[in-house]
Ligand binder design. Structure first.
Ligand code: HEM
Length: 114
């Protein structure tokens, strides 16, 4: 089975499935065997809930801590297809601190030092 093909099924994810549009998750409701990043059935990943909770925590923390996220790649995205699809060349990104965040980080540092 190809997870790459499965996760690009327009019937489950919409006709614009090739477009990067994370908001699609507000409206799509893939069935148990339409989205299988964690497998399914009796051998489903036991770490799934842990990973989803920790990922949400880290993403929210990053969104609160940094005001901008920019691509610093010199080349276009190139996929590498194995069991799943990943970036063949890695990704260079820059996270920038907002002033609010710098102040928050200073407060945290003082807290740790004290
Ligand atoms: C993004 C992170 C992860 C992804 C995408 C992932 C994905 C998967 C997939 C596809 C399987 C195979 C399911 C199948 O055979 O149908 C699996 C199995 C498993 N995963 Fe994960 N996993 C992740 C993280 C974790 C973590 C953090 C843990 C433990 C803390 C974990 C524990 C397990 C275990 C124990 C199995 C074997 C379940 C079994 O065969 O009964 N996984 N995972």
């Amino acid at each position: 089975m190809s997870y790459y093909g499965l996760h690009r099924d327009p019937a489950a994810f919409g006709q614009d499935v090739e477009t990067f549009r994370p908001e699609r998750w507000d409206s799509v409701q893939p069935g148990q065997y339409d989205f299988m990043a964690f497998g399914g059935g009796n051998r489903v990943c036991l770490g799934q809930q842990k990973v989803l909770a920790e990922s949400a925590y880290v993403l929210v923390w990053l969104a609160k801590a940094y005001s901008t996220l920019e691509s610093r790649d010199s080349q276009d995205w190139k996929g590498e297809l194995k069991l799943t699809c990943k970036s063949a060349n890695g990704r260079k990104v820059a996270l920038s601190n907002s002033q609010t965040c710098s102040r928050r980080m200073d407060t945290m540092r003082q807290g740790f030092a004290g």
